[in-house]
Design a protein around this ligand. Structure first.
Ligand SMILES: *[C@@H]1O[C@H](CO)[C@@H](O)[C@H](O)[C@H]1NC(C)=O
Ligand SMILES: *[C@@H]1O[C@H](CO)[C@@H](O)[C@H](O)[C@H]1NC(C)=O
Ligand SMILES: *[C@@H]1O[C@H](CO)[C@@H](O)[C@H](O)[C@H]1NC(C)=O
Length: 519
């Protein structure tokens, strides 16, 4: 199980591909965990159950504000390995991606299955509208994406819970008025879990939100703060020093020096300096793929390239900006660039100004990046930029929200004729952001998670840990670590967050009562 799970998680690492990379910011996404061959027997009866990857579909409303538009097929997966009549129904969505490969969230490889095991539950993975093959409309044009809102996604969860006929005996008699439902989500889907509790109080008897990015933030420079603070100190100091040196060149007037530094990264032909500086963030995004118990990773290879010379580590202060910037460039020309861009030239691979590129204009289904960018540009923001001066930064200070506002305009020109900031205040107003105050909700977070600063455990705010809305924070946790059973087995602080969550869910479920029937 362990090896299999690890392999699945590595597969979730955004692998270097020979595709245009320029404008894709990191997705707040829970790890893909697949459950292997998927053959399962019912825990009590021993009866053979359908394979975990058996696909079911649900007739979901296209538009909750206009049911006369009809329905579309929303994909889901489900198992009742641990289910007994009277048990709980456990629902999750992976959020902004195809839900293929998420069957681990049906099993006790994840907190979902652990809750099922403890409470005789059935588990469900529901694909989010506008991702994978769950599309209300035939394309991802701006006109179609008007139905891609957080509110429609919340309404999907309610309509699904109230109307689905689950594929097991008695599965048509387990609506949230008759059985306790548990909603679980990580990352964006974790925020959706919290938002659903705010928007539909009482619909779910209990909820578990991991690394939930509840506060929408346009200039999300703090994405890089957990990384800057928790990576090896020499690497952190050297990255800061390299960026200081880089910025003095890029913001200076010496064209020879500017050309030389671009060439040292193998990006001679890239036209715009912000595309060049922005490309260096790819090394930093590797931090998001880290998880407890994994010491080998692309991220640490990168640090080693800066810190290790002839097998000898730099001391705690690092090697200084001049050395680090040159070593960073060499790391790119020694293979990183080829892994990222294949044989594409830098402007084609990493440039973002050619608005005729299919990257911007392709509205066909299955383009999850485009679909997520719509949410980024309209409701949530999370532009990964440099820290405000003089706060230390590992991202060039050239990188400002205006860069990503332009990307939004290029993706969706009819929605944004001008570069436009996302309407994050409206989102934080509607779903309470850091002011979230609900019942029967548990938040699990990790100190090393790059999305930490948008969660209720953000150092930017103080959200109390209350019995009714409880919070667990692990020192060793990365992004959504507490969703995966395995990470609790390798890190005691993650295990403590999981155990606190399981106890909270048990407490919340004990308070649940079926709705009174009758007129
Ligand atoms: C998880 O479920 C499997 C059966 O699918 C079972 O064999 C195993 O014991 C369970 N793990 C725990 C820790 O209960
Ligand atoms: C410009 O940069 C180049 C390359 O780093 C350097 O050799 C040259 O002296 C610089 N010119 C000036 C005027 O500083
Ligand atoms: C220095 O960097 C190396 C390589 O990344 C790392 O293994 C080591 O822990 C770092 N040492 C300190 C004191 O930061």
């Amino acid at each position: 199980m362990m090896l299999h799970l690890l392999a699945a998680l590595f597969a979730a690492v955004p692998l270097a591909q020979c595709v245009r990379r320029g404008a894709t910011p990191p997705l707040p996404l829970p790890p893909r965990i697949s459950a292997g061959d998927g053959a399962r027997l019912h825990a009590q009866s021993g009866e053979q159950l359908p394979p975990l990857d058996t696909l079911y579909t649900f007739d979901q409303l296209i538009d909750h504000n206009n049911p006369s538009l009809g329905t579309f097929q929303q994909r889901y997966w489900s198992t009742w390995e641990y289910y007994k009549p009277g048990g709980v129904i456990i629902l999750t969505t992976p959020g902004e991606t195809t839900a293929d490969g998420y069957t681990g969230y049906l099993t006790n490889d994840t907190i979902n299955g652990q809750i099922a095991q403890a409470h005789n539950g059935a588990t469900i993975v529901l694909e989010h509208r506008f991702y994978g093959q769950s599309n209300p409309l035939p394309d991802l044009s701006v006109e179609s994406l008007r139905l891609h809102t957080i509110q429609q996604a919340i309404d999907d969860l309610e309509y699904f819970a109230k109307n689905v006929k689950l594929p097991f005996p008695g599965g048509d008699q387990v609506g949230p008025d008759k059985a306790p439902w548990v909603l679980i989500g990580g990352s964006y889907a974790g925020a959706l879990t919290a938002f659903t509790n705010v928007n539909k109080p009482g619909l779910f008897a209990a909820s578990y939100a991991s690394s939930a990015v509840v506060e929408s933030i346009t200039d999300f420079w703090a994405y890089f703060e957990p990384e800057r603070q928790h990576m090896p100190q020499n690497c952190s100091l050297d990255l800061q020093a390299a960026i200081t040196r880089l910025d003095s060149i890029l913001m200076g007037k010496n064209q020879t020096a500017i050309d030389a530094v671009k060439a040292s990264f193998g990006m001679d032909d890239i036209v715009h300096l912000d595309d060049f500086a922005g490309a260096l963030k790819y090394n930093l995004y590797a931090w998001q793929a880290l998880a407890p118990g994994e010491d080998a990773s692309i991220f640490y290879d990168f640090c080693d390239a800066l810190e290790v010379v002839d097998g000898v580590n730099a001391g705690p202060k690092g090697r200084g900006g001049e050395y680090a910037l040159a070593a960073w460039g060499k790391y790119w020309t020694d293979g990183y660039y080829a892994g990222l861009c294949g044989d594409w030239d830098a402007e084609s691979c990493l440039g973002s100004y050619d608005t005729s590129a299919s990257y911007w204009t392709d509205t066909s289904l299955g383009n999850d990046d485009r679909s997520w960018m719509w949410v980024v540009c309209t409701e949530m923001g999370f532009f990964p930029e440099s820290a405000p001066s003089p706060h230390p930064t590992i991202v060039s200070r050239i990188m400002q929200p205006s860069y990503d506002e332009r990307l939004c305009q290029q993706y969706f020109p009819t929605a944004f004729p001008q570069p436009t900031a996302p309407q994050v205040e409206r989102t934080n107003q509607a779903y309470e952001g850091w002011n979230v105050q609900t019942k029967h909700l548990y938040f699990g977070n990790g100190q090393r998670d790059p999305w930490l600063y948008a969660t209720v455990s953000s150092p930017f705010t103080y959200v109390p840990d209350m019995p009714e809305q409880s919070i667990g924070l692990s020192a060793g946790g990365f992004h959504c670590s507490d969703l995966a059973t395995w990470y609790g087995e390798v890190d005691a602080t993650v295990l403590a967050v999981q155990e606190k969550g399981l106890a909270a869910i048990t407490r919340y479920l004990a308070e649940w009562k079926p709705a009174k029937t009758g007129a």
